[in-house]
Design a protein around this ligand. Structure first.
Ligand code: ACM
Ligand code: ZN
Length: 548
């Protein structure tokens, strides 16, 4: 009897402590702009609570479903959801529930508020996107439970939040290595979890063309496949194993929709006129020499590029862009423009004829071939403008006289971005240091997976300030935001992608979201430990250096 009583007592105490532990914590990543927690009575969340959203609003209904799924994933509680009709009283309906609402008084399109009282929770956003971002914060505040509790306690709080930058991106190179649609969706889930809103999808490279283009079927019949891959860092030894893959247009639409449901815009990149060997292997007539060419096995920069002397090259690019534009609703199309050698252009009679026709004359440090890339980029930009799209290019396009209307992605450091902003270009900051997540993340690389080189710790990422001190307020206005890139020469499988980006994405999220005076690395690391519980819940592969 005594034994039974003791066991019952122990069971009771353990149950109480399990219940007591289920308390929300608003120390999330990225940290909201203002979190006012009070000692007023908490809200007690249980399965008798519902998620309520405005009637007839499909976006808000989807938001409610996301919230219901997140609550279930974190706490194992499953909340019902229902819409609220126009005549119902929000205050009354909200009692005991989580209310999702639109509020035109919130200024920022992505701004939101979260109000928790003992009566219930209200997440308000100016737009459904703002509500979704509020839901992400709410989700991250919930405890990760092992055993389903009766209730979760939410301390009373008033959160008011908006992001610092409108462009908050992550890139993934799906060309050096190919990743499945399912994994791309998982990557988009990561982007959403971190409060980001752009997915820069790098779709073409020397080593593989990854998007189906109906007008040019050989791009994927031939260009999506290589007959082998170099081992390691261009070791001279090839694995001889055929490798490839591509996304059908239906799959691209599926990715665009999946991202849009999470308020993430997919920006496709078709890298031109360099990094085009896969396309040249399919259509050799587009190169200066006419080939033959092969889909590349090694990593680097290659002399064979598109020939801007030929009209058919522009016909090809326009045909490709017609289909790209029809798939991706993004206002931006990325046309690459990086690492384009001039060797073939200098020798090609048609390129030289174009240079003469267009009166391209060397100016200062710019060669006539540099200006030929400018001619190429301007022509492509004009085509995109006619289709209502804007052009983004890597910062090399700055040195070939492109128009101010083109947006510059600053990768060779932050200086080209600052220079571009002073010239009046919009800019996205993604400097190699510290925004190239293909770099190592620790000095001691002995037990690390092979990386391209370099060193970018979580702390380095966190410390990055995208707006250079010497920019005027007007110049600074041109810095649209920040992005990190993951190139995949050495990253072939999903768990390695996760390892490269987690937890550096968390540091990036605070660079993108917080004003500099709100940043605090030590406090961030404490918050990050809570975010890691969500990474672990999903069984994502996470670099451990900052958790040791
Ligand atoms: C780049 O890393 N070549 C943009
Ligand atoms: Zn040429």
């Amino acid at each position: 009897m005594k034994k039974l009583l003791f066991s019952l007592c122990m069971f009771f105490m353990l149950s109480i402590s399990a219940i007591e532990a289920q308390v929300a914590n608003y120390d999330v990543v990225p940290l909201p702009k203002s979190v006012n927690q009070s000692s007023a009575a908490s809200f007690v969340l249980s399965e008798s609570s519902s998620i309520i959203y405005p009637e007839g609003n499909a976006d808000m209904q989807r938001n409610a479903q996301f919230l219901s799924d997140y609550v279930n994933e974190m706490t194992k509680l499953r909340l019902g959801k229902r819409s609220m009709g126009g005549k119902e009283n929000a205050a009354k309906v909200g009692q005991g529930n989580i209310l999702l609402a639109l509020d035109a008084k919130i200024k920022n399109d992505e701004g939101y508020t979260i109000n928790v009282t003992d009566k219930g929770v209200i997440i308000r956003g100016k737009t459904p996107a703002g509500v979704f971002l509020g839901i992400q914060t709410f989700r991250k505040a919930l405890p990760v439970v092992k055993v389903k509790p009766q209730v979760v306690t939410l301390p009373a709080v008033n959160i008011v939040d908006e992001p610092r930058f409108g462009y908050r991106g992550m890139h993934l190179d799906c060309a050096r290595h190919f990743f499945t649609v399912d994994f791309v969706k998982e990557y988009i889930d990561l982007i959403a979890l971190h409060g980001m809103n752009r997915f820069h999808w790098h779709l073409t490279e020397d080593q593989g063309w990854r998007i189906e283009i109906n007008k040019y079927p050989r791009l994927t019949e031939v260009g999506a496949w290589r007959s082998g891959t170099t081992i390691g860092r261009n070791s001279g030894v090839d694995d001889g194993i055929p490798y490839g893959g591509f996304y059908t247009q239906d799959e691209c639409h599926e990715i665009v929709k999946y991202a849009a449901e999470r308020y993430i815009t997919v920006i496709p990149e078709i890298d031109m006129p360099g990094h085009m060997l896969a396309a040249l292997a399919a259509y050799p007539e587009l190169g200066c020499t006419g080939g033959p060419y092969e889909v590349e096995h090694t990593w680097g920069i290659f002399a064979d590029v598109l020939c801007p002397g030929k009209e058919e090259t522009f016909k090809f690019i326009e045909g490709v862009l017609d289909e790209v534009v029809s798939i991706f609703p993004s206002e931006y199309i990325h046309i690459g423009g990086d690492e384009c050698p001039r060797d073939r252009w200098a020798e090609c009679p048609l390129c030289q004829q174009r240079i003469v026709q267009e009166s391209l004359k060397p100016e200062g440090k710019q060669t006539k071939e540099d200006l030929l890339q400018g001619y190429f980029a301007r022509r492509v930009e004009k085509y995109l403008h006619a289709k209502g799209k804007k052009l983004i290019g890597w910062d090399e396009i700055l040195s070939c006289n492109v128009d101010r209307t083109s947006t510059i992605m600053s990768w060779r450091g932050a200086a080209p971005g600052a220079e571009a902003a002073k010239l009046g270009h919009d800019v996205i900051m993604t400097p190699t240091n510290p925004m190239y997540f293909d770099y190592y993340q620790t000095e001691n690389t002995r037990h690390e997976p092979l990386a391209i080189g370099g060193l970018e710790t979580v702390k380095d990422v966190y410390a990055f300030e995208p707006i250079a001190a010497d920019l005027t307020a007007e110049d600074a206005h041109h810095i649209l935001g920040v992005q990190a890139n993951l190139w995949t020469e050495y990253v072939a499988v999903p768990h390695h992608v996760e390892y490269q980006v987690l937890p550096r994405m968390a540091a990036l999220a605070e660079v993108q979201w917080l004003k500099p005076d709100q940043k605090d690395y030590d406090a961030f690391i404490v918050r990050l430990k809570r975010l890691k519980e969500i990474y672990d819940l999903h069984q994502w592969t996470v670099a451990q250096h900052v958790f040791r």
